[in-house]
Write a new protein. Sequence first.
Length: 167
Amino acid sequence: MCLPLVSLAQNGGQIAENESLKLQIVGSVGNKTIIQVTNKQHCVTDIKFYHDGITTTKQFNCLASDTFQVTLADCSVKAKPLSNCGGANMGWVEWNVCVALPIKFEWITTTQLDKNTIEVKFKPSVVEGKEFYIQVSSDGLNFKRAAIILPKDVQVGQIYSAKVKIQ
């Protein structure tokens, strides 16, 4: 039986880059996520940040990057340039840190084993956490959240599988 596999953006669909600015998650330390901010403009600009209920502004040189840390409890990180080089997008860019996956896949597949069970097979290319969540559905309308717990000794490049009940 064929089972459709739907993939969503790691950050839940928010825009993390525009013509002026780029946000990237580059790692984590303890309970903090490290965010890299890049001014993509060819001029010096002030960039406004909003996270953890606080708004701050920092000046960035042209084409420069810098990093900062946010606690994992603070899901939303937003930034926007306050000036531009004449025509660049000055809108907000955003990362929702809480929906970013702690794993990147070289590939991932699903197979329906029976009416109520699917097998998820995957080959990780980057692992920065111990679990990730998937949404499963038997009818395409009602979804159930299922956790995939990674082994303690998970290895990049190895193939793993997990069985998930869909009802």
